[in-house]
Design a protein around this ligand. Structure first.
Ligand SMILES: [Zn+2]
Length: 345
């Protein structure tokens, strides 16, 4: 088993959206404390490097990038009603993309089995020309585009388990058949996108898989759904790379997006994806931090993920549990996606 990489840099704390903002530097401060205390001997820390302008332009417009640069040195700028930025946010945002690209490079060189990018600001709501939902640049969007362009990958699976729909990731790859976007989210919350019938378009038709889940979703429901759906996608479509938009705001304690998930659910999701990917020629796995706003829940959930990745918490067998809510979601997804003949039929 190859080692596990971890992107970590205190400059990510330089993004300060304000004392009462939920996407606070304390999130990473708590996670860095966790990894330094419990995982420093079993992961390899990697320092990010800043993304280049050319890399950012794989996703973002030159004008938008200029707008972000113009916030440099200003104490406070409101990029969107929910996305204020501080004097050095631009630096953290460039480094967040750069951290993911550094992780990708290491994975492609075969240095790690998986790499967890503990970066901020998050990215899955960042559109090509607009910030929003606490996101500035689309960290995983740039990573997937770069993987296609530089490494010639043809099958990249993005799994978005943040409780909010990754509208910008969906938008970016809506017409693309080299990226399959799978998102489980609650449709009643921000950004109010991600309905069942948003399948993708033209060449990308069938490569966008939305799974709106109920707020009452439990650990067993999500285990059931991921086992059946993500398991099937990986077995049938055989991704060469798996990117995970790793938000932890479906946790029952989260102030912004709670469902009934406990931290254990995230361990199981990680365990399943790891096992599925083992069976698909060990497709490398890159996780990038998205949401998760209760510090205890965030730390506990990331601990479960890291315990699985570093063997300590690896369970032998995926639970075979089936639930009523899970069965309904699985049946609907298979019914709707069967017609595309990509993974569900
Ligand atoms: Zn979220």
């Amino acid at each position: 088993m190859l080692p596990i990489g971890l992107i970590k840099d205190t400059r990510y704390m330089e993004h300060r959206p304000g004392l009462v903002h939920p996407e606070s530097p304390n999130r990473l401060r708590s996670l860095y404390r966790l990894v330094d205390k419990e995982f420093k001997d079993v992961v390899t820390f990697v320092e990010p490097q800043s993304a280049t302008l050319e890399q950012l332009e794989l996703v973002h417009t030159p004008q938008y990038i200029k707008q972000i640069m113009s916030t440099a040195g200003k104490e406070f700028t409101n990029l969107a009603p929910d996305t204020p930025v501080s004097a050095n946010t631009y630096l953290a945002a460039w480094l967040a993309v750069g951290g993911c690209l550094k992780a990708l490079e290491a994975l492609m060189e075969g240095r790690f089995r998986a790499c967890f990018c503990l970066v901020r600001p998050p990215g899955h709501h960042a559109l090509t020309d607009r910030a929003g939902g606490f996101c500035i640049f689309n960290n995983l969007g740039v990573t997937a585009k770069y993987a296609i362009e530089t490494y010639g990958l043809k099958r990249i699976l993005i799994v978005d388990w943040d409780i909010h729909h990754g509208n910008a990731l969906q938008d970016l790859f809506y017409g693309e058949n080299r990226v399959l976007y799978f998102s489980s989210h609650y449709r009643g919350w921000y950004p109010h996108t991600g309905d069942w019938d948003e399948f993708g378009e033209s060449e990308g038709l069938g490569y966008n898989v939305n799974l709106p889940v109920p707020k009452e979703m439990t650990d067993n429901d999500i285990i059931h759904v991921y086992r059946e759906l993500v398991g099937r996608i990986v077995r049938r479509w055989k991704p060469e790379l798996i990117l995970i938009a790793a938000g932890f705001d479906a946790h029952e304690k989260d102030p912004l997006g709670r469902t009934r998930l406990s931290e254990n659910a995230y361990g199981w999701l990680m365990q399943m994806i790891l096992q599925f990917s083992d069976a698909a020629k060990s497709a490398p796995i890159l996780l990038s931090l998205e949401g998760g706003y209760d510090l205890w829940a965030l730390v506990s959930s990331v601990r479960e993920v890291l315990r699985v990745l570093t063997f300590e918490g690896r369970r032998n067998r995926i639970p075979t549990v089936k639930t009523k809510a899970g069965s309904e979601l699985v049946a609907k997804a298979l019914h709707l996606h069967g017609k595309f003949g990509i993974w569900a039929s």
